[in-house]
Design a protein around this ligand. Structure first.
Ligand code: IPE
Ligand code: IPE
Ligand code: MG
Length: 247
């Protein structure tokens, strides 16, 4: 479809709330975890599709800081699935030149998981075909708070002064430091909310919501989102006339 044409504006960074796994399973009379498992297949397909389309950054919300509120069995199964997926996929991701990053409060996970994350990040750190960021135990408010704490500490230690705190400094202390802001946000599953995802980073992101449940999302649906994105006029506060003259 059209987004492969270089003339058409294409996002450099896509951020996704992968929602609807549970409902996908329920519709089929399956346990919720079956939906999460099928969701992993969609992740694999999306990583490839984004690579094929020359998108440089893909950020996926896999487990939110609020998802601990789910029944214990679902939380345990979800974390097991995340860990086994990471273990099974890392080699192939590396071979394909994917740079893997994990964002979120990983301190909540045990030492085995933390080591797995560290090794996976190290292994792929020099890769540059696609940066794949997985948000695990992530919350936008957590991200802002941990940045505020680090900055406050620097001020207390007199390493920086208050006047030096500006947007670019905050960017550097967020867990997404070094990753450009998302151009396109996709949420599957029909809900039209941000659910504590990248709160600071989404300030000027184009939002796209679809009823399609995550396990049913595919390359074709991605192209629909890319087409919608290509039709948006990103004004960043300017008037439409200013932006079209500047094109
Ligand atoms: C998204 O699917 C996956 C996670 C939150 C981990 P859900 O599990 O939220 O699916 P629904 O919203 O119940 O259908
Ligand atoms: C958001 O989905 C989190 C992830 C996809 C990991 P939820 O399904 O948890 O969001 P809410 O609770 O419906 O807002
Ligand atoms: Mg949900």
């Amino acid at each position: 479809m059209q987004p492969k044409n270089p003339e058409i504006p294409k996002p450099d960074h896509i951020a996704v709330i992968m929602d609807g796994n549970g409902r996908w399973a329920k519709k089929r009379g399956l346990p919720r975890i079956a939906g999460h498992r099928r969701g992993v297949d969609t992740v694999r397909e999306m990583v490839k599709a984004c690579g094929d389309r020359g998108i440089s950054h893909l950020t996926l919300f896999a487990f939110s800081s609020e998802n601990w509120r789910r029944p214990r069995t679902e939380v345990d199964l979800l974390i097991d699935l995340l860990v086994s997926t990471l273990e099974n996929e890392i080699r192939k991701l590396h071979e394909n030149g994917v740079n893997l990053k994990i964002i979120g409060d990983v301190e909540r996970f045990g030492s085995r998981i933390k080591l797995l994350i560290k090794n996976a990040e190290q292994l792929t750190s020099a890769n540059n075909s696609l940066t794949l960021t997985i948000a695990m135990n992530y919350g936008g408010r957590w991200d802002l708070l941990q940045a505020m704490q680090q900055i406050a500490q620097k001020v207390a230690d007199k390493e920086i002064n208050v006047e030096q705190i500006d947007e670019s400094l905050v960017d550097r202390y967020l867990s997404t430091a070094g990753i450009p802001e998302p151009d396109l946000f996709i949420r599957t599953g029909g809900e039209t909310r941000v659910s504590n995802f990248l709160l600071w980073q989404l300030a000027y992101t184009e939002l796209y919501f679809t009823e399609v449940l995550w396990p049913d999302f595919n390359e074709h649906e991605l192209d629909r989102a890319l087409l919608a994105f290509a039709g948006r006029q990103r004004r960043f506060g300017q008037t439409g006339e200013q932006v079209s003259v500047g094109r």
